[in-house]
Each structure stands twice: as C-alpha cells, then as structure tokens.
Design a protein around this ligand. Sequence first.
Ligand code: ADP
Ligand code: ADP
Ligand code: MG
Length: 462
Amino acid sequence: MADNEQLLGSVLIANRGEIALRVIRACKELGIKSILAYSEGDKDSLGVKEADQAVCIGPANAAKSYNSPELIVSAAMAFKADAIHPGYGFLSEKSNFVKMVEDEGIGFVGPSSEHIRRMGDKIEAKKIAQAAGVPTVPGSDGVVTEFDEALAVAKETGFPLLIKAAAGGGGRGMRVVESEDTLERDLNEIMNEAQSAFNDSSVYIERYLTDIRHIEIQVLADGENAIALGERDCTSQRRNQKLIEEGPSPAIDEELRAGLQEAAINLCKEVGYKNAGTVEFVFDNIERKYYFIEMNTRIQVEHPVTEMITGVDLIKEQLRIASGQKLRLTQDDIQIRGHAIECRINAEDPNENFAPRPGKIEHYRAPGGFGVRMDTHIETGYTIPPFYDSMVGKLICWAETRDECIDRTLRALDELKVDGVVTTGPFQAMLLNSEQFRSGDINTGYVAKMLENMDELPSDAE
Ligand code: ADP
Ligand code: ADP
Ligand code: MG
C-alpha cells in the first residue's frame, strides 16, 4: 500500500467462488479488511478460510442468500463494512439492490444505481450509445410488442433476425427468427420467457449478424475521466456463452482498436460513468465494422486477460475508485504487451451436452510455470456444490506472441488435473489446437459447426 493512500477500511464481498477469492486477494494486498458473506452451501470454501472475516447469510439457495438484497445489506451494516463488492452475476447488476446500498450510506464497488439501471436496460443502453455517436446493430428503435411492428422492422433488417430481451444476460433471453412464418409465435414466446426469467417482458429486434466476432473494451472511469484498456476477443462461444477469451484480438489492427476505444470512452463520458465496465461490440468479419451491443456495469469473468496484457490490477483499481480516488492512470499509461488467453474451466460433461457435473474433487493439481495463472477456489477434497454455476476456475496464460500463448495454454491445460469431476479442459484444448483457432479466422458460430461434425468430444471423464 502506498503511503497516505486513501482507501476503504473494509469491504463486504457479496459473492462466492473464484471471484470472491480474487477480491479477497486484492483487499489483502491493499490492507483493506475483507468480510465474506457466504451461504451454507459454501461453508467449506477457500474464500471462507482466506477472508479476514466471514459471515453466513443464509441457506445454499441463492434466492435466500447471495440474491437477497436485504440479507446482504444487513450483513454489511452488522459488520460495519465501508463498502460492498458484488463480483459478477448475482446482485452485481441489480439497480434496486445498489439503490438500497446507497440509501443506507454504504459504499459500492461499482457504478451508481442510476448507471446500472440505465445500462442494464439494453434498449436504453443502445439509445445512449447512439447519442454518443457509437454505431449500433440495425434493428427496432426500441421495445417491440406487436407482430405488426416486428414485421415492419423485419422489412428493414431482413431474416434471420434476433429478438433480444432488454433485461437479458448470461447468454439467455435471445432468439433467432429464420422467417416470417414463425415471427409472431417467436415474439410471443420470447416475451413470455423474458417475463418469467427477468421479470420484464420488454424485447427488441436486431439484425442477426452471421459472420461476426465478439469484441469488448475494458474501461475504467472515475465519473469525469475514462480510459480504455484494450480489447478482449470472446468469439469462441457456445450458445452465446463464452468459452475462451483472448487479447489482443487477432482481427483488430491499431486503427480499429483506436476507434473501438474511443467509442467506449465516449459512451462512458456520455453518462459520467464511474468504476470498471465493459463495452461489448459485435464485429462484422466481412465489412470489418463494429456495432455496440451492450455494456456490463461490473467486473467481468474474463478481466484477467486484460490484466495480463496491461499489467493493471483491475480489482485494485475498482477498490481505489470506490475509495473516492481519481484515476491514477492516463490513456498513455496503458501499453499492451504480449498476448493472453483465458479458458473458463467448467465442471461439465461435453459428451452429455455440457450437463453440470458437480461433486467431490479427489485430487487437484494446479498448472504452473512462466506465464501461467490459475484463478480458482477449488482444492483437493473440496466438493463443488450443485447449487451454483459450473465454473470451477479460470486458466489464464500470457506469452509474447499469440502462437506461443496457445502452446503455453495447451501445456498448462495438460498439467491441470481435477480428478473426481468432469471438466471442459480437454474440450478447450481441442478448440485451441484446431487449425481454425490457430489461424485466428473464426466467428461466433465456429464452435457449433465443429460440434456438428463430431460424435465424441475429448473429455477427462474416467
Ligand atoms: P461475462 O459477461 O462476465 O463475460 P457472463 O455474461 O457469462 O460473463 O456472466 C457472468 C455471470 O453472471 C455468469 O455466472 C452468468 O451466469 C451470470 N449472469 C449474467 N447476467 C445474468 C442475468 N441477467 N441473469 C442471471 N445470471 C446472469
Ligand atoms: P448477454 O447479455 O447475454 O451477454 P449480448 O447482447 O452480450 O448478451 O450477446 C451475447 C452474444 O450473442 C454475443 O456475444 C454474440 O455472440 C451474440 N449476439 C448478440 N447480438 C447479436 C446480433 N445482433 N447478431 C448476431 N449475434 C449476436
Ligand atoms: Mg454480453
């Protein structure tokens, strides 16, 4: 900790798994007291052992623990936490929760409830992007409720088109419509799905782009200034969910990067954004143009990719901003060096349609060596609880070049052993080792296409 640095005294962490541990580690290094709010399902987790203090807030059922604003806020008050770090998922993008935190006078390691509310509505976010002069995917002007309106938009976008829930997230709340024949039925179904999944039936329409990459820009902002920390390429997806992320993108040159970064910064300045955020774009491989799709107003799963290529500890910067400090870094301080790749290691069986495979880890062996980082809460003897998502860790590798980074990641995946459960590691190794990934010439559909032609997927199942 630097002398006289103004920092929060204590932070309550309202999350679990690897991200809880990640925040605890940053707090320790800064001399901030970490208080972990955990559920009964996580009582034996590494986060509980490593936090300065830990408080059980409820049963394993997330609705009665991690997703309960009342329980989190009362734990923060009882332990006199100066601020709450929400991690990702759970309450991290729930503006009502953050409003409650603000009203109690507790700090929040993230943007204001107002920013979360406005950006969390993907329709409003798109309007803000347009106001900031950022290109967006052609589609409806706003919410679409009637078949007639949808049909009129379809005349502009053509088919296939994409219906998206304004409140969607985590790859859910999206449907591709192939033709006019099913448009009415699809519209009604996705509105119903959005209502039950997100408690908001608002949907909108976008042109469905077929040969695209997912490119996102990491930002840090203090309410006045904003800086961009390069891009992450998250094109390796299955069912709109990210499997592998890397930076820099093999498809982006200096000029495109400058344009993307400027767009992301303009968006932040348009609303006076504060804390860390990610501005997501789809990038058309043919036209080589980018379009804003959404902003995530929180730290993201794949943030270590950016940390490895910039040397900036994003969680510490989040904590500094939440402590009331202005950005310490300027745009000129951000230099991209080398290449980083992250694999999200999920306890899932690729040969059972990626069904979750929780259970006891009989033996865990961490990969190591130069440029290898494993962010995980698992250890030998730990039982992965069945109540939460199936991500058990992230393997992030850094090397001077993309090719060397692929080889290093393959080597590290080979060292990684999580005996007792089935993981996606061998499947990710196959993707990394494919000619397509190596060439860098991929789109968001390449994984699905590869899967179509395979009967059996590589697996560490015993
Ligand atoms: P990131 O955007 O950080 O790359 P994801 O989009 O996969 O990662 O989301 C991060 C976590 O938050 C995942 O655990 C995901 O399941 C969860 N999540 C994101 N948005 C929602 C949502 N609207 N409803 C429920 N869970 C969500
Ligand atoms: P989420 O909130 O679930 O992360 P996003 O809006 O970020 O939803 O989209 C998730 C993924 O869906 C993108 O990374 C991309 O692969 C795909 N996608 C989103 N919009 C479009 C579009 N207009 N055309 C084609 N694919 C899209
Ligand atoms: Mg997204």
